[in-house]
Design a protein around this ligand. Structure first.
Ligand code: ACO
Length: 356
């Protein structure tokens, strides 16, 4: 028995493959680098959903737009309930308000996740929800609903890169959770709500904000090495480094770094982050020899989302909005197996006294 199910194969999938030794992420026959920064979220989802949910990228663009409007109709009245919740808790509340039965549940999940993420981030700050624009691209509209200001083409492309980068990643904890729920035929929206619940934990998608907290605490590039060395000395982990599967650099780090570097006025911030990254890798090599710790997805996620004007407590909802396309694909693929996921446990509790 393996307590964390490490190395246990629990599903066959044609969707994505993570090669931790080679630092390679394959999405439906494409290396991540072929897609991220080159195609829109709708195009990447069309590739991922091929054969599972019909629709070309143009078709999906229109369906996601219509779904954002439908979702907003279901959710707009829930705005007052968001006060006192963190953005990811608010997103969980909102997604639960969407029906499993819909004319296009796969699109409703993706459109609904964008509406819910934007509403929840704004709601946590006491700001009113911004209605979707169905004619806009998915990433551009998500950014507009979040900031209440139109995104320029460069910003929309930056968010597209992020959403494509996090679209799917093998059988991670939230995707497995979504597949378990889908296997009971509970419905796509229920599978997505469950996926978000698993994602929000700090061991999965709940910790990208702390990368920025670390950069704030370091302050200046020349402080990086002593600050990071002290942190390791205190037994702390360096945020944005290390990964359970990747033993080399996470391939998502470079595409996100490139996307952050394309945004206007970010040169100094990226140069500072690069200096911190270089110092961190030096310190990790010295302090943790042989552990093969490298930069993970969160380090440059933080830089990119910060550059797009997204508050750090909104990073996990954005991750959920991007990953929803993956959860939907896995839910549909799981239902097609026609088999409920129902593993065994080994009983180690007390037995009843034998009847006299
Ligand atoms: N900083 C310092 N040391 C580290 C780090 C780190 N970021 N990551 C791992 N280590 C050390 C551990 O202390 C351990 O050292 P030891 O053998 O001397 O005790 C060794 O490397 C192996 O660590 P494990 O705990 O076995 O690594 P695991 O695979 O369980 O952890 C994890 C992966 C949780 C991502 C870890 O690297 C970490 O906490 N990183 C920092 C937080 C972070 O960036 N999270 C986002 C990950 S990306 C994602 O999930 C979407």
């Amino acid at each position: 028995m393996k307590i964390g199910l490490d190395d246990v194969v629990a599903a066959e999938t044609a969707l994505s493959h993570v090669d931790g030794e080679a630092g390679r992420l394959i999405i439906r026959g494409h290396d991540l680098e072929e897609l991220a920064g080159r195609v829109s979220y709708e195009e990447a989802v069309a590739i991922l959903w091929d054969g599972l949910v019909p629709g070309s990228s143009d078709d999906l663009r229109a369906r996601f737009g219509a779904a954002r409007v439908r979702a907003f109709g279901h959710l707009a009245g829930l705005g007052p309930q968001l006060g006192g919740l963190t953005p990811v808790e608010g997103m969980r509340l909102l997604l639960s308000g969407l029906p499993d039965v819909d004319e296009d549940p796969a699109a409703l999940a993706v459109g609904g996740a964008a509406v819910a993420a934007a509403m929840a981030v704004r709601g946590a700050r006491g700001l009113a929800a911004v209605a979707p624009d169905p004619s806009a691209g998915h990433a551009a509209d998500l950014l507009r609903m979040l900031r209440d200001a139109s995104a320029d083409a460069g910003e929309a492309a930056g968010l597209d890169t992020y959403l494509v980068t996090v679209l799917d990643h093998g059988l991670n904890a939230s995707t497995f959770t979504a597949r378990v729920v889908a296997s009971t035929e509970a419905g796509i929206l229920s599978a997505v709500v469950a996926g978000l619940c698993a994602l929000k934990g700090p061991l999965h998608g709940g910790a990208p904000g702390p990368v920025l907290d670390m950069l704030d605490a370091i302050g200046l590039a020349e402080n990086a090495e002593p600050w990071l060395d002290d942190a390791i000395g205190r037994g702390e982990r360096l945020m944005g480094f290390g990964h359970r599967i990747y033993r080399v650099r996470d391939p998502r780090a470079d595409v996100l770094k490139a996307a952050a570097g394309k945004l206007k006025g970010r040169e100094n911030r990226i140069a500072f982050a690069e200096a911190v990254e270089k110092a961190a890798l030096t310190v990790l090599e010295r302090r943790k020899p042989g552990r093969r710790l490298d930069t993970n997805v969160e380090f440059y996620t933080a830089l990119l989302l910060e550059a797009l004007g997204i508050p750090r407590e909104g990073f996990t909802p954005l991750f959920g909005a991007g990953r929803t396309g993956g959860w939907v694909a896995h839910a549909v693929e799981q239902v097609k197996t026609g088999r409920i996921i129902r593993p065994q446990s080994r009983y180690v509790g007390p037995w009843p006294a034998e009847a006299a």
